[in-house]
Design a protein around this ligand. Structure first.
Ligand code: NAP
Length: 342
């Protein structure tokens, strides 16, 4: 007998208007898969790109004329309901969180099947909602700072775009890695950046950090735009510029000019794509459980209002992460805001 679940599906690229709440068949785990009862998910820019196909590359990977995968959602937290016969590390009843992008997405649904290596035990001190905020954004911040940025204790690090999903994790992780952190954000987010541990805040609506004469060992460009030559000016000799996000011009310059600049001088400049792995999820779990990193949650939406959550994210002014509460029995009212880490 077929069993059904609720999910947010889309059959055509477009705005959040194309997202529909539907009853679809509940998945069954293959031998190497885990079936998770999703309690919470969070929305990311990648969901936006896969929904809208605003970047042509999306169509090459995800379907030229229509999406091959109909349920979005990479960040999940939930409870393992069943496991395939080859699954070794997880058991029914385990509370887990993870980034399921590489195993096919599907987090905006009551159940999802995914590979076990996409999941790790949920941090004991986080709710499901808080845990769902972590994977994609915090992995991006961690890998951008530590792997590509090679940050070391005592170094001066600037985060441009410190107030969104990635930026709020980047400030905290850079501090946890021993850096002196400058957060660039707008006026309304200055207090939040301070509360996350930033040593200095620069309000980008009032000052352009690339013209202040200050130089940094590492600049993590998370949002906004500055010409790559301006970023270069604000880098110390041997400094690193890591572009994880921002507008298309910022991306294009990092991809095309970054490698040339890196070849001709002591500074290293370029873009960076995060890649989920179990080891780094466990690093994040430890940082969270040690109280060094705490997700900042901007708003919460029930599964049925995922389109609204996507619209909010797409407007580009989220303060931390935007959560989808899939288990609506535990739903806390819409847009409850907690901007400072407890
Ligand atoms: N490379 C990767 O693997 C990877 C992974 C995840 C995300 N990303 C990319 O990273 C970027 C950020 O992702 P996210 O999840 O952090 O986005 P987000 O949560 O939507 O970021 C929104 C935040 O950015 C701030 N912001 C907007 N314009 C700004 C500007 N000019 N200067 C500084 N801050 C500005 C906004 O604050 P105000 O409006 O108040 O300024 C808001 O708090 C996106 O481009 C995304 O595609 C890349």
């Amino acid at each position: 007998m077929k069993v059904y679940m609720r999910a947010i599906v889309y059959h055509t690229y477009g705005s959040p208007d194309v997202l529909e709440l539907k009853e679809v068949e509940k998945p069954t785990p293959k031998d190497d898969e885990v079936l998770v009862k999703v309690q919470a998910a969070s929305v990311n820019a990648l969901d936006w790109h896969l929904l809208s196909a605003d970047i042509f590359l999306v169509r090459l990977n995800s379907g030229l004329t229509k999406p091959k995968r109909q349920i979005l959602g990479a960040d999940i937290a939930g409870k393992v309901e069943a496991v395939g016969q080859n699954v070794k590390q997880l058991r029914p009843g385990d509370d887990v969180f993870g980034d399921i992008f590489d195993s096919g997405l599907g987090g905006f649904a009551e159940y999802v099947c995914t590979r076990e290596d996409a999941l790790v035990p949920k941090p004991a001190n986080l709710s499901f909602e808080e845990a769902a905020a972590v994977p994609v954004a915090a992995l991006t911040a961690l890998q951008g700072l530590r792997n590509k940025g090679q940050v070391r204790p005592g170094q001066k690090v600037l985060i441009n775009g410190a107030s969104g999903g990635v930026g709020t994790f980047a400030v905290q992780i850079a501090k946890a890695l021993g850096a002196e952190v400058t957060a660039v954000c707008s006026t309304r987010n200055v207090d939040m950046a301070r509360s996350l541990g930033a040593d200095q805040m620069i309000d980008y609506t009032k000052e352009d950090f690339t013209n202040k004469g200050q130089q940094y060992d590492l600049i993590l460009a998370v949002n906004g735009y500055h010409p790559i030559v301006a970023y270069k000016r604000a880098l110390r000799p041997n400094g690193r510029y890591v572009m994880t996000g921002g507008n298309m011009a910022q991306f294009g310059q990092a991809v095309l000019l970054g490698p040339l600049i890196s070849l001709t001088g002591s500074q290293k400049m370029g873009n960076f794509m995060a890649k989920a792995n179990r080891h780094d999820l466990l690093v994040l779990k430890e940082l969270v459980e040690a109280g060094k990193v705490k997700p900042v949650i901007d708003g919460r939406y029930p599964l049925s209002e995922t389109a609204e959550a996507m619209r909010y994210l797409g407007a580009g002014h989220a303060q931390g992460k935007v959560i989808i509460n899939v288990d609506e029995h535990n739903y806390i009212p819409l847009k409850t805001t907690s901007r400072t880490p407890a």
